[in-house]
Design a protein around this ligand. Structure first.
Ligand SMILES: [Zn+2]
Length: 230
């Protein structure tokens, strides 16, 4: 049985037909909606500063909850121009819109256990960058369960192993290093995922043109603060 009624299917088809195909300078066709959103163009550095300022408000408990009202709802209903993209962990304690004090249409968010950049995540972030996101933040976090499991290196059920496999290079690279093995591995994992993302020709071209930067962050569960890695 289909979840889409015939009437809704017709509506969906009409909407899809209304979405324009644009070709950007990379020669890549991307779906985009021809709407104007009141989002100023930022430099990658300014986009990062804006993102981190929201986290400061969250950690200081001075949140503004921007872009969460009825006006913004309508403004972004027909299209989006997120200023930042996040590759974060699926951990329930790391909800990015809350901890960066942002609202609708601000952040293009990809969350997966262990914040690993597999092809689907890379594709999602390429799409975010083509939509206009000027910074991609790979966000690891304190006491990450996925990295803890990869460190333990014990058999795991189901498909969980496919995630741990992606984290293993960080475990191998930090083995024997001084300091906290878990924190070392979490940070190494963030850096590994950044390296993977930078190998995307789509993202590399945007970086070369000064339209994008990719950075790492570490979220402290106790303080609510994100510190930049590297
Ligand atoms: Zn995690």
């Amino acid at each position: 049985m289909s979840f889409i009624s015939r009437r809704n299917l017709l509506k969906l088809t009409a909407t899809t037909a209304g979405i324009g195909l644009i070709t950007n300078q990379l020669g890549i066709k991307a779906l985009a909606t021809p709407v104007k959103i009141a989002t100023q163009s930022l430099t990658p550095d300014a986009a990062l500063a804006k993102l981190l300022a929201g986290n400061q408000r969250f950690a200081n408990q001075t949140t503004k909850k921007p872009n969460q009202g009825a006006f913004r709802l309508q403004e972004v209903a027909q299209g989006q121009k997120p200023f930042a993209a996040i590759l974060g962990c699926a951990d329930s304690r790391v909800p990015v819109e809350i901890l960066f004090d942002r609202g609708l249409g601000d952040l293009f968010t990809v969350r997966v256990a262990g914040n690993v950049a597999t092809p689907e995540e890379i594709g999602s972030l390429e799409y975010a960058a083509l939509l206009g996101a000027q910074v991609i933040l790979v966000l690891g976090h304190e006491r990450c369960g996925a990295v803890t499991a990869a460190l333990a290196n014990q058999p795991v059920p189901g498909q969980i192993g496919s995630i741990l496999e992606q984290i293993q290079p960080a475990i191998a690279a930090t083995k024997g290093r001084s300091g906290d093995p878990l924190k070392n591995a979490i940070i190494a994992n963030v850096n590994n995922q950044i390296t993977t993302l930078k190998s995307s020709p789509v993202l590399a071209k945007l970086i070369e043109d000064d339209k994008l930067k990719i950075v790492g962050g570490y979220y402290d569960l106790d303080t609510g603060l994100v510190s930049q890695i590297g």
